[in-house]
Write a protein of this length. Structure first.
Length: 136
């Protein structure tokens, strides 16, 4: 019996219900053994859930801030209290489409216990440049 969208949301800890295509893929894959493909067994790396989460590349600064807050087990209200800002400001900063100043990113990361850096990688190869973002 296929799982419902709500069951998958609860099982996987998703923020929102999976769409119809994702739901179909999840139900199709349910119960199947996952092979390692062509990767030799000595190339597999064991990682904790925290290490996996740290390896995820997020699409926006807001998504990164939300991931940190969630990993710290904080609600928006509790995060605001802990970081010395209003819950409304936490929500603004976490918005995927937030247009944040670099100083805001640096300051917010510092309040969360992180160091923010700007990484500039050339599209066609060559050296990358990293700059630490300021914080107050």
């Amino acid at each position: 019996m296929p799982k419902t969208a709500q069951q998958w949301k609860d099982t996987l800890g998703l923020d929102e219900l999976p769409d119809a295509d994702y739901l179909a893929l999840l139900n199709e894959a349910e119960g199947q053994e996952a092979s390692g493909g062509t990767l030799p067994p000595d190339r597999f790396v064991e990682m904790t859930p925290g290490e996996i989460a740290a390896a995820v590349v997020l699409g926006s600064a807001g998504a990164a801030f939300k991931a940190i807050r969630t990993a710290q087990g904080l609600t928006v209200r509790k995060a605001g209290e802990a970081w010395g800002m209003t819950s409304g400001r936490v929500s603004q900063i976490e918005a995927e489409d937030a247009n944040l100043y670099m100083s805001t990113v640096g300051d917010t990361a510092h309040r969360m216990g992180y160091r923010a850096k700007l990484l500039l990688e050339p599209l066609d190869g060559g050296p990358a440049y990293v700059a630490e973002l300021p914080h107050s």
